[in-house]
Design a protein around this ligand. Structure first.
Ligand SMILES: [Zn+2]
Length: 453
């Protein structure tokens, strides 16, 4: 009965919801520089109309985080919805078929799409969460417990002053029973993924320090580029120093989880053997990866270089740590005969390597996910509104979920949201309106089910 009431409410107000999404897309929140306060003000206005007061926490130049509560009650269960307000810059606007802030809608009624920066990542998810709050308030369905909306800044450049700030300064004292981040999780041509964990990212700058000299008698110097070259060529040997851990989702388990999307296991195996992209995504999600992404060295064509720098981007699985990467890399470099120093400066003519951790984002995982009733309920609701069965999966990139899962705040954090994830950050980013409306249904019904008793 109540479910019908909610769905009728959504049916009756679809155009108004699309209008709210359009307004968010048309509002500039490119990061850098951010300007998230522009979006926070729109959300505040939208929710104020229904009687929900938002707390806006401004910082910097026109930036802000926002927190809103469905009701003024601190008893009962708490459900947290998180969405980021910033979007990546549009790149070359000339390449867009419609301007990135236009929010233009194209296509026939059944398959209407909205175009613009942030339609996928992730203003549709953010709008749908805000709308869910509005619907539950309007219909006055929740008597205790709370749905909390945290609209955050900064996700696209790390999240320290967005989700992490909100957690440390406002939300930490609350007991959150379940959290959902509305990032796009559509994986065309597969179905919607429900993300239960993510890989971590560690970027390490390797600096080799040799001895400079005249290139006519190279033996008198020590070539830092050759040193680097030796390290890079042997990089795969790091695996033998890396502690073996059992990944929370081994390869076979990941395959099993995806196979539910296909009519049978045999069909899945056949498609998997034909589709290299699918194999690559599955493989990247089940193992530690490394990639040399930047390198520079040398100052002149006739000077033996005494300095070379390279950055390696490591992606680690839940259970693997930044320290493990650093220690294994040190052991490898030692084995190659180089000393790894603790500081970047040495004595004159000293030959050494220095390692600088440029970025360290831990992996995270919703342990116990298989036994979570709430997650199971969530799956059932998603299955109801989308044509294809959803599947549980890991995120190969990193999101704000790591702050919730790893800071002992809320293990039970998932990612689920409208939009095809492959279109995030691309030119002509666009979302199917039906997908956006389905997300409103999922977010509202799940919150209702979660909080009703
Ligand atoms: Zn995002």
């Amino acid at each position: 009965m109540t479910e019908e009431l909610i769905l009728n409410e959504i049916e009756a107000n679809t155009e108004e919801y699309i209008e709210f999404l359009r307004e968010l897309i048309q509002t500039d929140s490119y990061n850098p520089p951010g300007n998230e306060k522009n979006i926070a003000i729109k959300i505040e206005k939208y929710l104020k109309n229904i009687g929900i007061d938002c707390e806006i926490f401004p910082f910097g130049e026109n930036r802000a985080n926002l927190i809103a509560y469905l009701i003024n009650d601190s008893n009962g269960k708490n459900l947290l919805y998180n969405g980021h307000m910033d979007v990546v810059p549009p790149g070359n606007e000339e390449e867009w078929s419609t301007p990135p802030l236009s929010a233009k809608i194209r296509g026939g009624k059944a398959r209407r799409k909205m175009f613009g920066r942030g339609t996928v990542d992730m203003k549709s998810g953010l709008a749908a969460m805000t709308i869910a709050l509005k619907i539950l308030k309007k219909l006055n369905l929740i008597k205790s417990g709370n749905l909390i909306l945290n609209a955050v800044a900064d996700e696209e450049v790390g999240g320290e002053v967005g989700t992490l700030w909100s957690l440390d300064n406002v939300l930490k004292s609350k007991k959150i029973n379940f959290a959902l981040i509305g990032e796009p999780t559509g994986l065309d041509p597969l179905s919607k993924a429900i993300i239960i964990g993510e890989k971590g990212r560690v970027a390490i700058r390797i600096i080799t320090n040799g001895i400079s000299g005249h290139a006519s008698v190279p033996i008198l110097g020590k070539n830092a580029i050759y040193m680097m070259s030796e390290i890079i060529q042997n990089l795969d040997r790091i695996d033998k120093f890396f502690p073996k851990i059992e990944p929370p989702l081994p390869l076979e388990k990941i395959k099993e989880l995806i196979s539910v999307v296909f009519p049978s296991k045999a069909v899945f195996e056949k498609i998997l053997s034909e589709q290299q992209i699918l194999q690559n995504i599955i493989n990247a999600n089940s193992q530690f990866t490394k990639n040399l992404t930047m390198i520079k060295g040398g100052i002149k064509s006739n000077v033996v270089p005494d300095h070379c720098e390279a950055v390696i981007d490591f992606r680690i699985l839940p259970g693997q740590t930044v320290e493990m990467v650093l220690n294994s890399l040190k052991k490898l470099i030692n084995e190659l005969g180089f000393e790894v120093k603790d500081e970047p400066i040495g004595l004159p003519k000293e030959i050494f390597v220095y390692l600088d951790v440029e970025y360290a984002g831990e992996a995270s995982f919703f342990s116990g996910w298989e036994h979570s009733k709430s997650l199971n309920d969530f799956y059932t609701i998603v299955e109801k509104f989308y044509d294809k069965k959803p599947f549980y999966f890991l995120y190969p990139a990193s999101s704000d979920a790591k702050f919730y899962r790893n800071k002992n705040f809320c293990q039970s954090t998932i990612l689920f949201g409208p939009g095809n994830a492959q279109l995030a950050h691309t030119t002509n980013e666009n979302i199917e309106i039906n997908d956006f409306i389905n997300a409103i249904k999922v977010y509202t019904l799940f919150a209702y089910n979660f909080l009703k008793d």
